[in-house]
Ligand binder design. Structure first.
Ligand SMILES: [Zn+2]
Length: 247
């Protein structure tokens, strides 16, 4: 039995070799079905709230609003910054902005999409969570803190020009000394990208901030938002413009 089949058996899931016609799912597209967030009850969160433990039932958790920092259980370090449409995986997390998420049980997925597609969606969500964490890890090795923080700030201030966060909080999440964060912020301020104030950070020049930010991060947007077309045969466009996934 393969490793993944063993893992699925462990959580009471069918082995994909038995159940899944993987060709039905656009696994290379990198997106989850646009209607996924409507399958669960949305739970709101405030900035600074920890993410509650996932339910014991197998399923997936999707961010439907706001920016969430996934955190490592032992250290509290940030392992990924994710936003709307991204799966949170089983990790803990901390809300960087007000936000919301839904938990979608596997049984709900199965009823909605049919068994094979439900399993493919579930596996795609796991893959996206893993990719987001790996991207952050690679960033940590490759890029200076200032470029990483510029990227985080762009995510945090996508829709607003200020964010309430202290350098102490950033240091804690980024696993850095407070002095390193301070140096990064000074760099970004000197380059005209950010304005650092007491307890908050503001965008000074968005174009400059975009230049400073590294391009790390998994492609997490929903297909419906990016306007990208899934590969041929991966899904069926319907008359109302929504995507239907074969199941
Ligand atoms: Zn990077």
């Amino acid at each position: 039995m393969s490793e993944i089949a063993a893992a699925l058996t462990l959580v009471g899931m069918p082995d994909p070799a038995d159940a899944c016609d993987a060709a039905q799912w656009p696994a290379t597209h990198g997106a989850l079905p646009p209607d996924l967030g409507s399958l669960g009850l949305e739970q709101s969160a405030r900035r600074g709230d920890p993410l509650p433990r996932p339910r014991s039932e197998p399923g997936l958790r999707l961010v439907t609003r706001g920016i969430l920092c996934l955190t490592h259980a032992g250290t509290g370090l940030c392992t990924a910054i994710i936003g709307q449409g991204a799966p949170a995986g089983p990790a803990g997390g901390l809300w960087m902005t007000d936000g919301a998420f839904v938990d979608v049980g596997f049984e709900t997925l199965r009823q909605h999409y049919g068994g094979p597609t439900a399993l493919a969606v579930w596996m795609q969500a796991a893959e996206l969570s893993r990719a987001a964490v790996e991207a952050e890890l690679v960033c940590f090795v490759r890029h200076p803190a200032s470029r990483r923080f510029a990227r985080w700030m762009l995510a945090l201030m996508k829709d607003a020009d200020t964010t309430v966060i202290t350098q102490t909080e950033l240091a804690r999440l980024g696993g850095l000394q407070r002095t390193s964060v301070s140096a990064s912020m000074t760099t970004l301020q000197l380059r005209g990208a950010l304005k650092v104030m007491r307890g908050r950070i503001a965008v000074q020049d968005r174009a400059a901030l975009e230049r400073e930010a590294c391009g790390c991060g998994a492609p997490l947007a929903l297909a419906a938002e990016t306007g990208e077309s899934p590969p041929d045969g991966a899904s069926i466009g319907s008359a109302d413009g929504t995507l239907r996934f074969a199941g």
